[in-house]
Design a protein around this ligand. Structure first.
Ligand code: GDP
Ligand code: GDP
Length: 438
């Protein structure tokens, strides 16, 4: 389930302060999305056990009068298009400005929920000034101070109320049980070409699945006697968007597709290599616990000698480190080279992600590894790990039971993770390790 909230508002009302507070308090993830002309921010907020994506569509706005208006309109349009709910932020200390009025006009036209949020209400005096904002005519008005955090809890309560509980029909359940792969990547890397190459094969049965979010297209496939669902956003981008927004749109779409997927197929353009943006998307997928396969497309365009692929993979892995146990496949969507291999690998990664290791086997292997290399002594305490078990979670997770759970440091955690990866196949899958008091 993917729910997205966008923050809109003119410059200096406190959007980024608010954004940072939302994420900082909830220990969420912040990713800077570098658009072509401005920086916008994306993160995951978490409130009362419900999570949602938060986007700050603001960022840099040139201060020439006419460009200004245009940029603000664009910002609002992106937010209305992409989000499920909007936070319209204003500033109590400045009162209602012409730009606030102009934005309110645009926002009143959407059917999506708009939460008018009057910021900088740091004290009771400000509260009096702030009441003038009722005049803008929004039903939901919140008075907050992003600086102190006051009022933000009420706003969050109202926001998470909108997140639907997962209810499923029988048909949904059957689809939900199938592996879901998202094809993600920047514009022009060849996502559409890959989809077309797959669809064009007679072994595939294609049917569009209705009822999924409007921003992603789900297609049901049957290949290698296996059923799976491909989630793509490729076709959607060719709407009438302005060029410099293409990249930002593609990032938001990628994140939505990612939320719905078990395994992400991150498509790159071989000639361009992996960009900083791709690395952001890659680490976000890893933190969200998604399986990952990297597809280096347009391999037909590369001049190749004996070690080209090997060297390429090595350089790529340096950039995605520390999570490098990830399959990298060199494909050409145009020449239909290794596109089946790509899908087979995605199915393998899915199998790795859903693998449950029997406890006895896990203990046999891991206790030996622990015996061979003990955790270092901390403050004179010798650390003993007695038992390990896999937890019944979506992302493969392992609990190690020990006398001093807080004294085990990252290097030893990494050692345990590497041992798990060496003995059991978790290629393409982030794994989580917990230490618990025995
Ligand atoms: P943005 O341009 O909308 O992203 O605004 P910023 O988050 O950069 O904030 C603009 C200015 O307002 C900064 O100087 C902030 O410190 C200040 N500010 C933000 N929130 C509050 C608040 O709740 N109270 C007060 N007094 N100042 C705030
Ligand atoms: P998308 O924006 O990621 O969906 O990318 P497209 O599928 O629209 O492809 C962008 C451009 O790259 C098009 O001109 C394609 O013909 C070209 N292209 C896609 N895949 C390949 C490939 O494997 N080899 C070559 N040489 N060109 C490709």
């Amino acid at each position: 389930m993917s729910f997205t909230v966008a923050i809109v508002g003119r410059p200096n009302v406190g959007k980024s302060t608010f954004f940072n507070r939302m994420l900082e308090q909830r220990k969420a993830i912040v990713d800077d999305i570098s658009g072509v002309t401005r920086d916008r921010q994306y993160g995951i907020a978490d409130w009362n056990g419900k999570t949602f994506n938060l986007i700050d569509t603001g960022g840099f706005v040139p201060d020439t009068e006419d460009i200004f208006e245009k940029e603000i309109r664009k910002q609002v349009r992106i937010a209305i298009d992409e989000a499920d709910a909007l936070v319209f932020m204003t500033d109590a200390s400045a009162g209602i400005t012409d730009l606030d009025d102009a934005m309110a006009d645009l926002l009143r036209r959407t059917t999506k929920p708009v939460f008018l949020t009057v910021n900088k209400v740091d004290n009771n005096e400000r509260m009096l000034d702030a009441s003038e904002f009722y005049i803008l005519g929004f039903e939901d008005v919140f008075f907050v101070s992003s600086m102190t955090g006051s009022g933000t809890g009420e706003l969050l309560d109202a926001l998470v109320k909108l997140i639907p509980e997962a209810t499923q029909t029988k048909e949904d359940e059957e689809i939900a049980a199938l592996p879901k792969f998202a094809i993600i990547g920047q514009p022009n890397v060849g996502k559409s070409s890959l989809l077309n190459a797959l669809v064009g094969q007679e072994r595939t049965i294609v049917s569009d699945i209705a009822g999924t979010t409007r921003d992603t297209i789900h297609t049901h496939y049957n290949m290698f006697q296996k059923e799976f669902v491909l989630i793509d956003t490729a076709g959607l981008r060719k709407k009438n968007k302005e060029k410099d927004d293409l990249e930002f749109y593609s990032v938001i779409r990628a994140i939505k597709a990612m939320d719905e997927a078990d395994v992400c197929l991150l498509v790159l353009d071989a000639e361009k290599g992996i960009t900083a943006q791709d690395v952001n998307i890659f680490s976000l997928a890893a933190r969200k616990g998604k399986g990952i396969v990297v597809l280096v497309n347009k391999w037909d365009l590369m001049e190749k000698t004996t070690n080209t692929a090997r060297d390429y993979e090595k350089r790529l892995k340096e950039k995605i480190a520390p999570f490098t146990d990830v399959p990298v496949i060199f494909i050409s969507a145009a020449e239909k080279m290794r596109i089946y291999k790509a899908m087979e690998t995605a199915l393998e990664v899915y199998a790795n992600k859903t693998r449950k290791i029997p406890t006895s086997k896990l203990n046999d292997v891991m206790l030996k590894a622990i015996e061979a290399h003990h955790a270092p002594v901390v403050r004179g305490n010798s650390i003993k790990i007695k038992y390990v078990t896999q937890l019944p979670t979506q992302v493969p997770s392992f609990a190690f039971f020990t006398n001093y759970p807080d004294d085990i440091k990252t290097p030893y955690r990494n050692y345990l993770e590497n041992q798990l990866r060496q003995h059991f196949n978790f290629s393409g899958v982030p794994i989580r390790i917990f230490f618990r008091k025995k």
